[in-house]
Design a binder for this molecule. Structure first.
Ligand SMILES: O=C(O)CCC(=O)C(=O)O
Length: 286
């Protein structure tokens, strides 16, 4: 699925672009599923837990920002994310089974669909390591006018920026004074024909411009980590990433993890059936 050169390039640069990686059969299914939500949005007057709409959205002229957690709402998205090309690609890049974190479909609507300011992802959902990566699929052709995703090669190995404002509120973007220190001329814009795939590491500085074209720019994004990586609870979106968050794809978890350079074999996952007491465990009660 990937050459050694591509994998090495991802490690070095923190991103990959794979033109026309997803085939027309998948694209047709994904677009049909997406269209259902665009239709559904016509009844909305405000965003809800499934759809985020722009100010100015109307029944006649829908303007969607995001479908939240697509695999929770449609079988096609579920199958695509859990078994399809992005899952296979994540396993190839991370070298084994992966842990699904979350997914979203960013529409970036035509004629002014909003920019995504420069940011890194890991502060939104810290993990016990920096393996998480996000795989984006353009459902339509994307050119420069449409606000393609921009990445700053190598920035995944650099500073982790503070995404709070000076007043202490969460901004979700890198402060202007820090942006001034970035070499934005080195930004690579990931455009391409429908089905093209973007991959970026969780520490990559990235964002995108407004969509100035008359065409929406649907980008279906899904995040996976290595199976040995765990979301840190109590920070950001961890724990509220949808029904499928935490699903392991392509194997099982060994419960091995490493924190601050120290490896351990963690206890089994008791989050579903409840934790036994130490007495029960030590007396081998099952
Ligand atoms: O939709 C885009 O262009 C970028 C998306 C992104 O970075 C995000 O939603 O975190």
């Amino acid at each position: 699925m990937l050459s050694a050169v591509q994998t090495e390039r991802y490690r070095r640069d923190g991103y990959l672009q794979l033109d026309s990686f997803v085939d027309l059969a998948w694209l047709t299914e994904l677009r049909a599923a997406s269209d259902l939500f665009v239709e559904m949005s016509r009844n909305l007057e405000a965003s809800n837990k499934v759809l985020d709409i722009e100010p100015g959205h109307t029944a006649d002229q829908p303007r969607l920002r995001r479908l939240i957690s697509p695999p929770d709402h449609h079988e096609t998205f579920h199958r695509f994310t859990m078994e399809g090309p992005p899952a296979q690609l994540a396993m190839a890049l991370l070298g084994g089974p992966v842990r699904f974190h979350h997914s979203k479909l960013n529409y970036k609507w035509s004629d002014g669909g909003e920019e995504v300011k420069w940011h890194q992802d890991i502060q939104f959902w810290p993990h016990t390591d920096f393996s998480p990566l996000t795989i984006g699929v353009y459902l339509d052709d994307v050119d420069d006018e449409m606000g393609p995703m921009g990445v700053l090669p190598g920035s995944h190995l650099g500073r982790l920026y503070d995404l709070y404002d000076d007043d202490g509120s969460w901004a979700g973007s890198i402060h202007e004074r820090d942006v001034a220190d970035l070499d934005l001329s080195a930004m690579v814009w990931l455009r391409g024909p429908a089905g093209s795939v973007t991959v970026h590491n969780c520490c990559m500085v990235h964002g995108s411009m407004p969509n100035l074209s008359p065409r929406p720019r649907p980008l279906l994004l899904q995040t996976y980590s290595s199976v040995e990586s765990y979301p840190v609870m109590g920070i950001g979106a961890n724990g509220v990433t949808g029904r499928n968050g935490g699903t392991i794809i392509g194997g099982t978890a060994s419960q091995m993890l490493e924190i601050a350079g120290r490896a351990m074999h963690g206890a089994p996952d008791w989050s579903k059936q409840g934790a036994p007491t130490i007495f029960g465990s030590q007396q081998q009660e099952r």
